[in-house]
Design a protein around this ligand. Sequence first.
Ligand code: ADP
Length: 167
Amino acid sequence: MKIAVYPGSFDPFTNGHLDILDRSLKMFDQIIVAVLINPTKTCLFPSSKRIEMINMVAEGYKNVKVAQFDGLMVDFCKKVGACSVIRGLRAVSDYEYELQLVNINKQLAPEIETVFLMSSVHCAFLSSSIVKEVARCGGKIDQMVPAVVASELEKHFNTTWKIKGKE
Ligand code: ADP
């Protein structure tokens, strides 16, 4: 069975992430979406909420598992028996960081391959950061993220806005 890990912060999971997940399922028997627990990174949603949302998005897929990990990605891959890591590439701006990551991982675990998928045209502008910014400003995000994520973002920013409004 060919297992791949799709790691990321997924703060939150967007239609860009979903596009990569859908396409990687055509190449592997199982994809493990692995939410990175990084204490040095400030996230909008706690990892438990991010995992809950991805689980809801992936409900209809039988070959997708959702997990969390900290430490080295290659160690997590070995633990779950994955042969590959999936990463998405949007613009040239993604390239340098991804190149660094792929080379470090290759050095740490030469047997694990990284597979890059270019973003589909309709997702090329999408990032978790831009989605959060649009949501924070009250813009429409329903074309950018799965419905469950849109509703969590709306809930979060409505609450924030109401609290601020009282100040
Ligand atoms: P990270 O903090 O590891 O970059 P992200 O959640 O931002 O985590 O992204 C996880 C992976 O998904 C990365 O490989 C990133 O390049 C990819 N990705 C994010 N958004 C898109 C998109 N719109 N199209 C294709 N790939 C994407």
